[in-house]
Design a protein around this ligand. Structure first.
Ligand SMILES: [Zn+2]
Length: 339
């Protein structure tokens, strides 16, 4: 009955609303990694973005006024990880908070030796267990470019702080989308220690929106640990073994200061490894397939499709494809636009 209601509601929303063509084109231009996505998946992403905007509030922090373009760019990217899984994976929260820049959470966490740490470094985004997702708008827009995280912090400490506006506009792209003030002020501190991103390495294929929403998937079965609820065809043991092997290799490469095509922040812990490699899967799939083909295959099964290859129906598995760069589509050169 519930499923029927959901389908009915979904159909009604999609009958009533659509991402306006000009706004959609503007969003696609801002997210160039989508240029090579199959048309069918892009249309599905466009429709899911409408449902996302109807279901979630996207609020600005500290007087930051959220525009229809910003709402659309965030929604489109947020829907990427659940495009084939379904929006119900995001049922445990209602709000996305958009900050004008990086922000500081001042969250406290205890390490394995019982030492209390306080996060006072600016970050691009954070997913709160059972609560909102907080994002820095410039980083949500960058969707790839390297930035100096030690730059200014207009958002200040203790972000987010909302600035409610009355809901007045008629469409999900323009609506006030205001949350209860307490909803975004009382979120619990994140259990995830935040590391640094930026500076030392060339870090292609970063996408902070995908990253934070992948943490949300990870949190569906408890604390984020790099192992989300898995489909029947993927055993937890196989996932764990595959991810651990790749994580150990990645940490070794980071320690050896090797040139990396994947953000070294992935070495922070298994949850960050899952989130960062998922960014790579969606934004620069070939890079992940070449570096960690077993992880790629796990992700293909978990996310239920392959963004880079779905348009080629003659090639059903990534392992059937050549990895020689001369055989790769030009699109492999167009991602990870960190500048
Ligand atoms: Zn993270």
């Amino acid at each position: 009955m519930m499923g029927l209601f959901s389908r009915w509601r979904r159909a009604r929303i999609l009958q009533r609303y659509a991402v306006p063509e000009a706004l959609w084109q503007e969003a696609l231009t801002a997210l160039p990694f989508l240029a090579d996505w199959p048309k069918g998946e892009l249309e599905a992403l466009r429709a899911m973005s409408v449902l996302f905007l109807c279901d979630k509030n996207i609020v600005g922090a500290r007087g930051f006024a959220v525009t229809p373009f910003q709402r659309t760019v965030v929604a489109v990217q947020a829907c990427i990880p659940v495009l084939k899984l379904g929006l119900e994976w995001y049922d445990d929260f209602e709000t996305v908070v958009l900050c004008p820049d990086e922000f500081i959470t001042y969250a406290e966490w205890e390490d394995e030796d019982g030492v209390i740490h306080r996060d006072d470094a600016p970050i691009m985004g954070e997913a709160m267990p059972g609560g909102p997702v907080v994002l820095s708008w410039p980083d949500a827009l960058d969707a790839g470019r390297e930035r100096d995280i030690y730059s200014l912090l207009p958002c200040g400490g203790g972000c987010p702080d909302t600035n409610p506006r009355p809901p007045s506009a008629a469409t999900p792209f323009e609506k006030g989308a205001m949350a209860e003030e307490g909803e975004v002020r009382s979120f619990p501190p994140s259990p995830l220690p935040q590391g640094e991103r930026g500076g030392k390495y060339d870090m292609p294929a970063v996408n902070v929106v995908i990253h934070e929403f992948v943490h949300k998937l990870d949190m569906k079965n408890g604390e984020a640990n790099g192992c989300p609820p898995l489909p029947p065809e993927l055993s937890a043991a196989y996932w764990q073994q595959t991810m651990e092997r790749a994580y150990d290799d990645f940490c070794r490469r980071v320690d050896a200061e090797e040139d990396l095509d994947i953000d070294p922040y992935a070495a922070e812990d298994p949850a960050e490894f899952f989130a960062v490699l998922s960014e790579t899967f969606f934004v620069a799939s070939i890079r992940l397939r070449e570096t960690y083909p077993d992880v790629y295959e796990c992700f293909r099964l978990f996310y239920r499709w392959e963004p880079m290859w779905s348009h080629d129906s003659g090639k059903s598995s990534c392992f059937n494809k050549k990895t020689d760069s001369s055989d790769e589509p030009v699109s492999s050169q167009t991602k990870g636009n960190r500048g």
